[in-house]
Design a protein around this ligand. Structure first.
Ligand SMILES: Cc1cc2nc3c(=O)[nH]c(=O)nc-3n(C[C@H](O)[C@H](O)[C@H](O)COP(=O)(O)OP(=O)(O)OC[C@H]3O[C@@H](n4cnc5c(N)ncnc54)[C@H](O)[C@@H]3O)c2cc1C
Length: 404
């Protein structure tokens, strides 16, 4: 029997699981042997945490055991983190030193939160009015804070790599919509501080969001990064990134989108670009130097807003191109940069952005604000279904497999 092609997938988030599911659609699936490196026992559907923060009773399912996502006969799941890449020698070392050889490597290990960058925060998430939807273990606390907010409300976004550009805006607008009358009282202020110099990475989308913030009485400050919290006094310390000065603001509720970074195992490897992401061709998703290495999702340095829909569009490209490589065919499929963002602004309203790389596409069905209540309901209803049933199982994806 011919040797099976060894494919190692690093990371069992949506990107890694979608690639595995895509490969399973190949009619010659039995020709490959897949190893998944994933240190967590659970897969997290992070978008659902936003809904959880607003819903007191019903939860959107947001976790599944990794072992439930595929049959153990199909995949060899190594419950460890990749500790070192050796792209010249085609192997990955796990953190305990296990050597795993590959013919093809897919890097899908996402971004890491870097809470420690904020001085004084350690051990304080979930206390003294400080919270974050990015922290799964304190979601109940977020829920209770969001249910009765009062006084000064501050939301922050970092200047670092980030996959919550849309999530942060959605949270503040949904909270504001929920507060309704209350937030317009003179004693209440609601401000969004971003370390970035734009409210949103895509210019046309930024202006839509600015209009919406104005309409909703939400103030915003750019290039102002949260660097320290003083929980006892309920003070947040910011650095003005333009003139490098520091200033303090007091708060009653502080919601933090954490600083994020590439995992060190990638950032310090030969796979990384200058910011630590895997350096791939933005169309083929193939590493610029190592042709048997691909990256997908947040860890790839494609110029897109980091989001789930980008993964959905990238998956067929990675799968198809790996199969092309196995068959000795030309790389077939190219990612065209499509990424869609649905930002719920209240329980019944959504903003839809459709972008190609960092350019906004002015398509009739997806441009700007929609007043339709149906959009909100559809988003709530369809997102989890489309995530669990279609993205992770690759059921609805048309993957152009090269002829064997
Ligand atoms: C709170 C929140 C809300 C969000 N809401 C939305 C939304 O509404 N819409 C949207 O489109 N996007 C949203 N996002 C962004 C979206 O979740 C990410 O873009 C998506 O999860 C990226 O998927 P990924 O597989 O690339 O990375 P991840 O989901 O981060 O998965 C990476 C996996 O790799 C594993 N890993 C890490 N290091 C290693 C290692 N060394 N070795 C092996 N495995 C490793 C991790 O354990 C993890 O399982 C949200 C993000 C957050 C945090």
């Amino acid at each position: 029997m011919a040797r099976r092609t060894k494919i190692v997938v690093v990371g069992g988030g949506p990107a890694g699981i979608a690639v595995i599911s895509g490969l399973r659609q190949w009619s010659s699936w039995d020709k490959v042997q897949i190893t998944l490196l994933e240190p967590s026992d659970f897969h997290f559907y992070q978008s659902a945490w936003i809904n959880s923060a607003f819903t007191m009773n019903k939860e959107t399912p947001s976790t599944r055991h990794i072992g439930e996502l595929f049959s153990p006969d199909d995949i060899n799941w190594v419950n460890e983190a990749a500790g070192e890449f050796s792209p010249e020698n085609n192997y990955v070392l796990t953190e305990t030193g296990l050597r795993i050889n590959y013919d093809y490597l897919v890097v899908a290990c996402g971004l890491q939160t870097d809470w420690e960058k904020i001085k004084g925060l350690h051990g304080k998430l979930g206390r003294e009015g400080i919270t974050s939807v990015a922290s799964y273990s304190t979601l109940n606390w977020t829920k209770s804070l969001f249910s009765q907010p009062s006084g000064k409300v501050i939301f922050t976004e970092p200047s670092t790599l980030c996959n919550m550009h849309s999530a942060g805006k959605e949270l503040i607008m949904r909270l504001q919509a929920k507060l309704g009358v209350n937030i317009k009282e003179p004693t209440n202020e609601i401000t969004y501080y971003s370390g970035s110099n734009a409210l949103y990475p895509v210019e046309a989308c930024q202006s839509v969001l600015k209009d919406r913030f104005k309409k909703n009485n939400i103030d915003w400050e750019l290039s102002k990064e949260l660097v320290e919290v003083k929980p006892k006094a309920k003070i947040a310390v910011f650095r003005n990134l333009i003139n490098n000065t520091y200033f303090e603001r007091d708060y009653d509720l502080l919601h933090i989108v954490p600083p994020m970074r590439s995992p060190f195992v990638v950032a310090r490897s030969a796979l990384a670009d200058e910011v630590g992401l895997v350096d791939v061709d933005q169309h083929t998703l193939q590493h610029k130097k190592y042709s048997n290495i691909f990256a997908i999702g947040d860890i790839a340095n494609t110029p897109v807003v980091k989001c789930i829909s980008a993964i959905k569009m990238q998956m067929p490209v990675v799968v198809s191109n790996i199969v092309a490589g196995i068959l000795g065919a030309q790389l077939l499929k190219k990612y065209d940069g499509t990424n869609n963002q649905v930002i719920m602004v209240s329980e019944h309203e959504a903003i839809l952005f459709r972008c190609k790389f960092m350019r906004h596409m002015n398509l009739p069905f997806s441009y700007g604000l929609s007043d339709s209540q149906a959009i909100g309901r559809l988003n709530n209803l369809l997102s989890p279904i489309s995530y669990w049933r279609y993205l992770l199982s690759a059921k609805s994806s048309r993957i152009p497999f090269p002829n064997s």
